[in-house]
Write a protein that binds this ligand. Structure first.
Ligand code: GDG
Length: 483
C-alpha cells in the first residue's frame, strides 16, 4: 500500500555503491527532485533490479543531508548520508588519495592518514547497516568498488544468511605495492566476507590471491580461496575476473542517428577539415596518461612528422575530484602543456589541440567518436577503460583506429587495437603515425574483430555472468528482456 515503509527487509536483490544511480537536483520533503545519472552500472543492473524487486543503497551526492528512501523508475533508492567531514576523509581522502593511487601502481604517491582510515571504517559500517536493513532473508547483496571493501565482512557478521558479491572496478596491485597499505590485513579480510570477489583482469584476481596467501596463509586453488571459519569449517570464496563492458547496442543506436552523423561532420568542419582527427576522452585523472599523449603529439608536430593542417587532437577532459590536490596540479600541468603546444603550432583555423574541460551529453560523445579517425587511450593503469569499448561500439561503419595502452583491462580483450606502452614516447609516436596512415582495408579488418568482441561481451553479459556465479544458475531472475 501507499503507506508501506520502504525501509524493511523485503528486497531480494540489493546493490550497494558509493554513489546512487540518481542525483539530487533540489527541493525539500515531498518536493525533493531527482534525476537519473545514466552510468554504465545503472544500465547493466536496471533490468536485474526490476526483475528481482531490487533496492539500491548509496550516497545521493550532497553532504550533510538526510533523505528518506523512495522509488525512482521502478527501483527502490535507499540514501546513505555523509557529513562534509566524512566526505573529505572517507571519500576524497582514503578512497581517492590513498586507495586510488595505491591501486593504480602508485603513479601518484598515496597519502596514509589514520583519521582517514577511521572515517573509512565508520562509513563502510553505515553502508553495511543500510544494506542489512533492507535485504530480505537470503537476499543477494552486490557491493561495488574500492570505496566499500569492508562492507562484505561487516554484512556477513550481521547477516550470515545473505549471499554477498563484491566487484572491484579498478586494478588490484601486485603485493609489493599493496603491502604498503598500513591496513592491508583489514582490507583483505573485509573483502573475504564476500562469496564472490570479482576483478577486471585475471592478473588482478591473481594479485589478490597472492595477498591472501602472504597475509593470511590461506590456501588458494585456481579461483577458489579457502577461508577457515571460527566453527572450524572452510568457506570457499571465488576470486576471479569478470571484465566489465558497456551497453554496446545503445551506443551503436546513438551513432546511427542521422543527427549524430550530421553533428560528427560538423565537428570535423569546425576543426578545419584535417585529414586525421585524433581524440582523447577521459576524466581528468593522472592514471589516464593525458600528458604522455600530448607530449607525443607535440613532438610529432615539432619533428614535422605531422602538421596541423593534416592532424589535430581533440581532448575532452571531464572535471574530476577537483578538491584533491594531485588533481589540481595535474590540471595546471595539462593546461600549461595545451597552451604551449597551441602557441607553438596552431595556425588560424588549424588548432593543434582542442582542449575541453567539460562533461558532455552522451549523444555528443557518440558524435565525437564518429568524428575521430584515431582514438587515443593511453592510460598508465586502468581497471578496464570503457571509452575504448564505447568507441568501438559506435563505429558501425567499421572504420576508425583504436590505439590502446597495454595497461588497461580492455587490452586483454581488444587485441586488434594498436597496443602501446604509453611510457615509451618514441613507440607511442610511431603508433600514432601508424594509426593515422593505416589503409582502409586494414582499419575495417581490425574494427570488425573489435566490434565482434564488444558485442559478445556487453554489460548485460557481464552482470549475468557475475550473478550466475554468485547464486548458481537460475536462482535469481536474469531480468534481461527479449530473446
Ligand atoms: C572506472 C575505472 C573502469 C567521461 N567523460 C564524459 C563521459 N565519460 C564517461 C565515458 C565512460 C566513463 O565516463 C568513464 O569510464 P572509464 O572506464 O573510461 O573510466 P573511469 O571513470 O576511471 O571508471 C575504469 C570503470 O570504472 C568501469 O568499471 O572501466 O577502469 O577506472 O563511460 O564515456 N560521459 C559523458 N560526458 C563526458 O564528458 N556523457
Amino acid at each position: 500500500s501507499e503507506d508501506a515503509p520502504l525501509v524493511a527487509p523485503i528486497y531480494d536483490m540489493v546493490v550497494v555503491s558509493n554513489r546512487l544511480p540518481v542525483d539530487y537536483v533540489g527541493g525539500e520533503g515531498a518536493e525533493t527532485q531527482w534525476k537519473s545519472s545514466p552510468g554504465g552500472l545503472v544500465t547493466a543492473l536496471e533490468p536485474v533490479m526490476r526483475a528481482n524487486d531490487g533496492a539500491w543503497v548509496g550516497w545521493a551526492g550532497v553532504a550533510d543531508r538526510e533523505f528518506d528512501p523512495f522509488e525512482h523508475d521502478g527501483i527502490s533508492i535507499v540514501p546513505v548520508p555523509l557529513s562534509a567531514d566524512e566526505l573529505e576523509e572517507y571519500y576524497e581522502g582514503f578512497s581517492n588519495d590513498t586507495l586510488w593511487p595505491l591501486y593504480h601502481d602508485v603513479i601518484a604517491p598515496p597519502s596514509f592518514h589514520r583519521e582517514w582510515w577511521d572515517a573509512y571504517v565508520t562509513v563502510n559500517r553505515r553502508f553495511a547497516e543500510a544494506a542489512a536493513s533492507v535485504a530480505a532473508d537470503g537476499a543477494v547483496v552486490w557491493v561495488q568498488d574500492y570505496q566499500l571493501q569492508l562492507v562484505p565482512r561487516m554484512l556477513r557478521e550481521s547477516r550470515p544468511d545473505l549471499v554477498i558479491g563484491f566487484f572491484n572496478h579498478i586494478p588490484f596491485p601486485a603485493f609489493g605495492i599493496y603491502s604498503q597499505l598500513p591496513w592491508r590485513r583489514q582490507v583483505v579480510d573485509g573483502l573475504l566476507g564476500a562469496d564472490v570477489i570479482g576483478f577486471q583482469r585475471a592478473a588482478d584476481a591473481g594479485n589478490f590471491s597472492r595477498a591472501v596467501r602472504r597475509l593470511y596463509g590461506y590456501k588458494t586453488r585456481g579461483t577458489i580461496v579457502e577461508v577457515p571459519e571460527e566453527d572450524g569449517e572452510v568457506r570457499h570464496v571465488v576470486a576471479r575476473h569478470f571484465p566489465i563492458s558497456i551497453d554496446a547496442a545503445a551506443f551503436e543506436e546513438l551513432a546511427r542517428k542521422p543527427e549524430v552523423q550530421e553533428r560528427a561532420r560538423e565537428i570535423r568542419r569546425s576543426l578545419g577539415d584535417p585529414d586525421i582527427v585524433m581524440l582523447g576522452v577521459d576524466r581528468l585523472d593522472y592514471t589516464k596518461g593525458i600528458r604522455h599523449r600530448m607530449k607525443a603529439f607535440g613532438e610529432l608536430l615539432r619533428d614535422e612528422r605531422l602538421s596541423v593542417q593534416q592532424a589535430t587532437l581533440v581532448q575532452v577532459a571531464s572535471p574530476s575530484r577537483e578538491r584533491v590536490e594531485t588533481y589540481r596540479q595535474l590540471r595546471d600541468e595539462i593546461e600549461l602543456t595545451v597552451g604551449r603546444l597551441n602557441g607553438d603550432y596552431s595556425t588560424l583555423g588549424h588548432p593543434a589541440i582542442t582542449y575541453l574541460h567539460h562533461g558532455y551529453p552522451r549523444q555528443e560523445m557518440a558524435a565525437l567518436y564518429l568524428a575521430a579517425d584515431v582514438m587515443l587511450v593511453t592510460a598508465l593503469r586502468d581497471g578496464m577503460n570503457l571509452v575504448a569499448k564505447e568507441y568501438v561500439a559506435s563505429r558501425y561503419d567499421d572504420d576508425g583506429v583504436l590505439l590502446l595502452s597495454e595497461f588497461t583491462g580492455a587490452s586483454d580483450e581488444l587485441r586488434q587495437a594498436i597496443l602501446v606502452n604509453p611510457h615509451d614516447i618514441e613507440g607511442l609516436k610511431d603508433a600514432m603515425v601508424e594509426a593515422g596512415s593505416m589503409p582502409k582495408r586494414e582499419r575495417a579488418r581490425r574494427m570488425r574483430a573489435l566490434r565482434k568482441r564488444v558485442k559478445e561481451n556487453d554489460v548485460a553479459n557481464w552482470s549475468a555472468t557475475f550473478l550466475e556465479t554468485l547464486t548458481g544458475v537460475g536462482k535469481i531472475a536474469p531480468g534481461v528482456s527479449g530473446p
